[in-house]
Design a protein around this ligand. Structure first.
Ligand code: SF4
Length: 315
Protein backbone atom coordinates (compact mmCIF):
# COMPACT_ATOMS: atom_id res chain seq x y z
CA UNK A 1 0.00 0.00 0.00
CA UNK A 2 2.85 2.36 0.71
CA UNK A 3 6.44 3.07 -0.18
CA UNK A 4 7.11 4.56 3.22
CA UNK A 5 10.13 3.20 5.02
CA UNK A 6 9.38 0.96 8.01
CA UNK A 7 11.80 0.60 10.94
CA UNK A 8 11.57 -1.65 13.98
CA UNK A 9 12.85 0.13 17.05
CA UNK A 10 13.66 -0.77 20.64
CA UNK A 11 11.77 1.82 22.59
CA UNK A 12 13.52 2.71 25.78
CA UNK A 13 11.20 4.06 28.40
CA UNK A 14 7.48 4.46 28.40
CA UNK A 15 5.30 3.53 25.42
CA UNK A 16 2.04 3.87 27.34
CA UNK A 17 1.05 7.46 27.95
CA UNK A 18 -1.90 9.44 29.23
CA UNK A 19 -3.50 11.44 26.42
CA UNK A 20 -1.86 14.84 26.92
CA UNK A 21 -5.24 16.62 26.85
CA UNK A 22 -5.59 20.29 26.12
CA UNK A 23 -5.47 23.24 28.52
CA UNK A 24 -8.91 24.10 29.95
CA UNK A 25 -10.60 21.44 27.78
CA UNK A 26 -12.23 18.33 29.20
CA UNK A 27 -10.30 15.14 28.56
CA UNK A 28 -11.73 11.61 28.89
CA UNK A 29 -8.63 10.11 30.53
CA UNK A 30 -7.71 7.92 27.57
CA UNK A 31 -4.30 6.25 27.54
CA UNK A 32 -2.32 5.65 24.40
CA UNK A 33 -0.05 2.73 23.58
CA UNK A 34 2.43 4.12 21.08
CA UNK A 35 3.14 0.86 19.30
CA UNK A 36 3.53 2.51 15.91
CA UNK A 37 4.61 6.03 15.04
CA UNK A 38 3.63 7.27 11.56
CA UNK A 39 0.84 6.28 9.23
CA UNK A 40 0.54 5.02 5.67
CA UNK A 41 -2.93 6.47 5.15
CA UNK A 42 -1.71 10.05 4.78
CA UNK A 43 -4.94 11.98 5.39
CA UNK A 44 -4.42 15.55 4.22
CA UNK A 45 -5.28 17.08 7.62
CA UNK A 46 -3.29 14.58 9.71
CA UNK A 47 -1.85 16.26 12.76
CA UNK A 48 1.13 13.88 12.66
CA UNK A 49 2.48 15.95 9.78
CA UNK A 50 3.12 18.70 12.30
CA UNK A 51 4.55 16.48 15.05
CA UNK A 52 6.70 13.77 13.50
CA UNK A 53 10.15 14.59 12.17
CA UNK A 54 9.88 12.44 9.00
CA UNK A 55 7.49 9.98 7.37
CA UNK A 56 9.26 6.79 8.45
CA UNK A 57 6.91 4.29 10.13
CA UNK A 58 8.51 3.23 13.43
CA UNK A 59 7.26 0.06 15.08
CA UNK A 60 8.11 -0.75 18.67
CA UNK A 61 9.17 -4.36 19.16
CA UNK A 62 9.19 -4.39 22.96
CA UNK A 63 6.00 -6.34 23.56
CA UNK A 64 7.15 -7.74 26.94
CA UNK A 65 8.03 -4.29 28.21
CA UNK A 66 4.68 -2.94 27.00
CA UNK A 67 2.79 -5.72 28.83
CA UNK A 68 4.80 -5.02 32.01
CA UNK A 69 3.95 -1.33 31.72
CA UNK A 70 0.25 -2.08 31.19
CA UNK A 71 0.19 -4.47 34.17
CA UNK A 72 1.63 -1.82 36.43
CA UNK A 73 -0.82 0.88 35.26
CA UNK A 74 -3.95 -1.31 35.28
CA UNK A 75 -3.17 -3.03 38.60
CA UNK A 76 -2.29 0.30 40.21
CA UNK A 77 -5.57 1.98 39.23
CA UNK A 78 -8.39 1.33 41.65
CA UNK A 79 -10.58 4.27 40.68
CA UNK A 80 -11.47 3.80 37.02
CA UNK A 81 -11.90 1.23 34.27
CA UNK A 82 -9.05 2.30 32.03
CA UNK A 83 -9.26 2.61 28.25
CA UNK A 84 -6.24 2.25 26.03
CA UNK A 85 -5.77 2.72 22.30
CA UNK A 86 -3.07 2.23 19.67
CA UNK A 87 -4.55 4.72 17.20
CA UNK A 88 -2.97 7.94 18.43
CA UNK A 89 0.35 8.20 16.55
CA UNK A 90 -0.88 5.94 13.76
CA UNK A 91 -3.95 4.09 12.51
CA UNK A 92 -4.56 0.90 14.55
CA UNK A 93 -5.39 -1.39 11.62
CA UNK A 94 -3.79 0.05 8.46
CA UNK A 95 -0.64 -2.10 8.62
CA UNK A 96 -1.79 -4.62 11.19
CA UNK A 97 -2.50 -7.49 8.80
CA UNK A 98 1.00 -7.21 7.38
CA UNK A 99 2.95 -6.82 10.63
CA UNK A 100 0.68 -8.52 13.20
CA UNK A 101 1.11 -5.71 15.71
CA UNK A 102 -2.02 -5.74 17.85
CA UNK A 103 -2.53 -9.46 18.40
CA UNK A 104 -0.51 -9.65 21.64
CA UNK A 105 -2.49 -6.71 23.01
CA UNK A 106 -5.87 -8.18 22.02
CA UNK A 107 -4.91 -11.42 23.79
CA UNK A 108 -3.50 -9.61 26.82
CA UNK A 109 -6.65 -7.50 27.37
CA UNK A 110 -8.80 -10.63 26.90
CA UNK A 111 -6.88 -12.39 29.71
CA UNK A 112 -6.70 -9.38 31.96
CA UNK A 113 -10.46 -8.57 31.87
CA UNK A 114 -9.93 -5.32 33.80
CA UNK A 115 -9.52 -2.68 31.09
CA UNK A 116 -10.43 -1.98 27.48
CA UNK A 117 -8.31 -1.90 24.34
CA UNK A 118 -9.68 0.23 21.53
CA UNK A 119 -8.43 -0.30 17.98
CA UNK A 120 -9.29 2.92 16.18
CA UNK A 121 -9.09 2.99 12.40
CA UNK A 122 -10.07 4.24 8.99
CA UNK A 123 -9.03 0.91 7.49
CA UNK A 124 -11.87 -1.61 7.37
CA UNK A 125 -10.03 -4.88 7.79
CA UNK A 126 -9.61 -6.75 11.03
CA UNK A 127 -10.33 -10.29 9.80
CA UNK A 128 -6.80 -11.44 10.66
CA UNK A 129 -7.61 -10.63 14.31
CA UNK A 130 -10.94 -12.45 14.35
CA UNK A 131 -9.69 -15.68 16.00
CA UNK A 132 -8.28 -13.65 18.91
CA UNK A 133 -11.07 -11.14 19.44
CA UNK A 134 -12.76 -10.95 22.82
CA UNK A 135 -15.19 -8.51 24.44
CA UNK A 136 -12.34 -6.46 25.97
CA UNK A 137 -11.38 -5.24 22.49
CA UNK A 138 -13.45 -2.43 21.03
CA UNK A 139 -13.17 -2.04 17.26
CA UNK A 140 -13.70 1.60 16.33
CA UNK A 141 -13.96 3.53 13.12
CA UNK A 142 -13.69 7.21 12.34
CA UNK A 143 -16.64 8.21 10.21
CA UNK A 144 -17.07 11.07 7.75
CA UNK A 145 -19.29 11.63 4.71
CA UNK A 146 -18.00 9.82 1.62
CA UNK A 147 -17.59 13.13 -0.22
CA UNK A 148 -15.07 14.24 2.41
CA UNK A 149 -13.30 10.85 2.42
CA UNK A 150 -12.89 11.09 -1.39
CA UNK A 151 -11.28 14.50 -1.07
CA UNK A 152 -9.15 14.31 2.08
CA UNK A 153 -8.73 10.67 3.16
CA UNK A 154 -7.92 9.22 -0.23
CA UNK A 155 -6.01 6.12 0.93
CA UNK A 156 -8.53 5.00 3.54
CA UNK A 157 -11.46 2.57 3.29
CA UNK A 158 -14.77 3.98 2.00
CA UNK A 159 -17.43 4.77 4.57
CA UNK A 160 -19.63 1.85 3.56
CA UNK A 161 -16.78 -0.61 4.13
CA UNK A 162 -16.02 0.90 7.53
CA UNK A 163 -19.66 0.55 8.59
CA UNK A 164 -19.85 -3.01 7.29
CA UNK A 165 -16.66 -3.89 9.17
CA UNK A 166 -18.14 -2.33 12.31
CA UNK A 167 -21.24 -4.50 11.88
CA UNK A 168 -19.05 -7.57 11.44
CA UNK A 169 -17.23 -6.72 14.69
CA UNK A 170 -20.59 -6.47 16.47
CA UNK A 171 -21.64 -9.83 15.01
CA UNK A 172 -18.37 -11.34 16.32
CA UNK A 173 -19.25 -10.26 19.87
CA UNK A 174 -17.33 -6.98 20.14
CA UNK A 175 -18.57 -3.56 21.03
CA UNK A 176 -17.74 -0.89 18.49
CA UNK A 177 -16.92 2.80 18.83
CA UNK A 178 -17.57 5.53 16.30
CA UNK A 179 -15.57 8.72 16.04
CA UNK A 180 -17.01 11.70 14.23
CA UNK A 181 -13.62 13.34 14.11
CA UNK A 182 -12.78 15.62 12.46
CA UNK A 183 -16.21 17.02 11.69
CA UNK A 184 -15.59 19.53 8.93
CA UNK A 185 -17.69 22.42 7.64
CA UNK A 186 -18.11 22.54 3.86
CA UNK A 187 -20.95 23.38 1.53
CA UNK A 188 -23.77 20.95 2.25
CA UNK A 189 -22.08 19.10 5.14
CA UNK A 190 -25.29 19.09 7.21
CA UNK A 191 -27.14 17.02 4.61
CA UNK A 192 -24.21 14.62 4.23
CA UNK A 193 -24.13 14.01 7.98
CA UNK A 194 -27.89 13.35 8.02
CA UNK A 195 -27.39 10.59 5.43
CA UNK A 196 -24.33 9.25 7.25
CA UNK A 197 -26.21 8.96 10.55
CA UNK A 198 -29.18 7.34 8.79
CA UNK A 199 -26.73 4.72 7.39
CA UNK A 200 -25.39 4.08 10.88
CA UNK A 201 -28.94 3.51 12.12
CA UNK A 202 -29.61 1.09 9.27
CA UNK A 203 -26.37 -0.91 9.38
CA UNK A 204 -25.33 -1.08 13.04
CA UNK A 205 -26.90 -2.44 16.20
CA UNK A 206 -27.08 0.63 18.48
CA UNK A 207 -26.99 -1.55 21.61
CA UNK A 208 -23.47 -2.62 20.65
CA UNK A 209 -22.11 0.86 20.00
CA UNK A 210 -20.22 1.51 23.20
CA UNK A 211 -19.36 5.17 22.57
CA UNK A 212 -19.46 7.89 19.95
CA UNK A 213 -17.12 10.87 20.03
CA UNK A 214 -17.69 14.22 18.36
CA UNK A 215 -14.80 16.52 17.56
CA UNK A 216 -14.64 19.35 15.07
CA UNK A 217 -11.57 20.08 12.95
CA UNK A 218 -8.61 21.51 14.87
CA UNK A 219 -4.96 21.83 14.04
CA UNK A 220 -1.72 23.43 15.19
CA UNK A 221 -0.38 26.52 13.33
CA UNK A 222 2.24 24.71 11.18
CA UNK A 223 -0.48 22.47 9.75
CA UNK A 224 -2.73 25.47 9.07
CA UNK A 225 0.07 26.95 6.93
CA UNK A 226 0.40 23.69 5.04
CA UNK A 227 -3.34 23.49 4.35
CA UNK A 228 -3.37 27.08 3.07
CA UNK A 229 -0.43 26.33 0.82
CA UNK A 230 -2.17 23.27 -0.59
CA UNK A 231 -5.53 25.07 -0.94
CA UNK A 232 -7.52 22.31 0.79
CA UNK A 233 -10.96 23.78 0.18
CA UNK A 234 -12.78 21.23 2.38
CA UNK A 235 -10.58 22.14 5.30
CA UNK A 236 -10.58 25.89 5.08
CA UNK A 237 -14.30 26.71 4.89
CA UNK A 238 -15.64 28.18 8.11
CA UNK A 239 -14.30 30.72 10.57
CA UNK A 240 -11.40 29.73 12.81
CA UNK A 241 -10.07 31.09 16.07
CA UNK A 242 -6.85 30.21 17.82
CA UNK A 243 -7.71 28.60 21.16
CA UNK A 244 -5.93 28.80 24.51
CA UNK A 245 -3.96 25.71 23.54
CA UNK A 246 -2.61 27.46 20.42
CA UNK A 247 -4.64 25.27 18.03
CA UNK A 248 -6.99 26.58 15.37
CA UNK A 249 -10.61 25.49 15.67
CA UNK A 250 -14.03 26.72 14.49
CA UNK A 251 -15.58 29.58 16.44
CA UNK A 252 -17.62 28.49 19.45
CA UNK A 253 -21.08 29.23 18.00
CA UNK A 254 -20.32 27.01 15.00
CA UNK A 255 -18.98 24.18 17.14
CA UNK A 256 -22.09 24.33 19.30
CA UNK A 257 -24.37 24.35 16.27
CA UNK A 258 -22.60 21.28 14.80
CA UNK A 259 -22.58 19.29 18.06
CA UNK A 260 -26.27 20.04 18.69
CA UNK A 261 -27.19 18.84 15.20
CA UNK A 262 -25.16 15.61 15.41
CA UNK A 263 -26.28 14.86 18.97
CA UNK A 264 -29.94 15.25 18.03
CA UNK A 265 -29.57 13.04 14.95
CA UNK A 266 -27.68 10.33 16.86
CA UNK A 267 -30.13 10.32 19.76
CA UNK A 268 -32.96 9.92 17.27
CA UNK A 269 -31.46 6.51 16.33
CA UNK A 270 -31.40 5.43 19.97
CA UNK A 271 -31.67 7.68 23.00
CA UNK A 272 -29.32 5.37 24.95
CA UNK A 273 -26.32 6.06 22.72
CA UNK A 274 -23.34 7.33 24.72
CA UNK A 275 -22.10 10.46 22.97
CA UNK A 276 -19.21 12.58 24.23
CA UNK A 277 -17.23 15.59 23.05
CA UNK A 278 -13.53 15.27 22.39
CA UNK A 279 -11.44 18.07 23.88
CA UNK A 280 -14.14 20.65 24.49
CA UNK A 281 -14.70 23.15 27.25
CA UNK A 282 -17.35 22.88 29.97
CA UNK A 283 -19.37 25.78 28.50
CA UNK A 284 -19.60 24.00 25.12
CA UNK A 285 -20.74 20.77 26.82
CA UNK A 286 -23.45 22.75 28.60
CA UNK A 287 -24.65 24.74 25.60
CA UNK A 288 -24.41 22.00 22.99
CA UNK A 289 -25.51 18.88 24.89
CA UNK A 290 -27.11 20.35 28.01
CA UNK A 291 -24.67 18.40 30.20
CA UNK A 292 -22.81 19.90 33.18
CA UNK A 293 -19.33 18.44 32.74
CA UNK A 294 -17.24 19.87 35.56
CA UNK A 295 -13.84 18.34 34.86
CA UNK A 296 -11.90 15.33 33.55
CA UNK A 297 -12.86 13.22 36.57
CA UNK A 298 -16.58 13.74 35.84
CA UNK A 299 -16.15 12.51 32.28
CA UNK A 300 -14.08 9.52 33.40
CA UNK A 301 -16.86 8.72 35.88
CA UNK A 302 -19.40 8.72 33.04
CA UNK A 303 -17.22 6.30 31.05
CA UNK A 304 -16.97 3.98 34.09
CA UNK A 305 -20.75 3.97 34.40
CA UNK A 306 -21.20 3.32 30.69
CA UNK A 307 -18.75 0.41 30.71
CA UNK A 308 -20.36 -1.12 33.81
CA UNK A 309 -23.78 -0.85 32.17
CA UNK A 310 -22.88 -2.45 28.84
CA UNK A 311 -20.58 -5.13 30.27
CA UNK A 312 -23.02 -5.95 33.06
CA UNK A 313 -20.27 -6.31 35.68
CA UNK A 314 -18.10 -8.75 33.70
CA UNK A 315 -15.18 -6.33 33.60
S1 SF4 B 1 -5.56 7.58 9.61
FE1 SF4 B 1 -5.21 8.93 11.32
S2 SF4 B 1 -3.01 8.75 11.76
FE2 SF4 B 1 -3.35 7.93 9.70
S3 SF4 B 1 -3.00 9.65 8.31
FE3 SF4 B 1 -5.20 9.59 8.73
S4 SF4 B 1 -5.46 11.01 10.48
FE4 SF4 B 1 -3.26 10.49 10.36
Amino acid sequence: MSLQKVEFVDTHGSVVRKCPGTKRHICCGYQTIDLVEGCVLSCSYCILKAYLKDDVIRISRNSDAIIAELDEIIDGCGDHILRFGTGELSDSLAIDRRYGLNRFLVEYFGRKKKAILELKSKWADFRHLEPFLNPCTVISFSVSPQRFIDAEETRTSPLRKRLKAARLAQDRGCFVGLHFDPVVIYDGFEKDYRYLIADIGRILDPAKIIWISLGTLRFPPPLYGLLLERRRKYLLTGEFIRGEDGKYRYIKTERIRIYRMLYRLLKSIDSNLFVYLCMERADVWREALGIEMKDNESLMGLFDERIKNVYGGTL
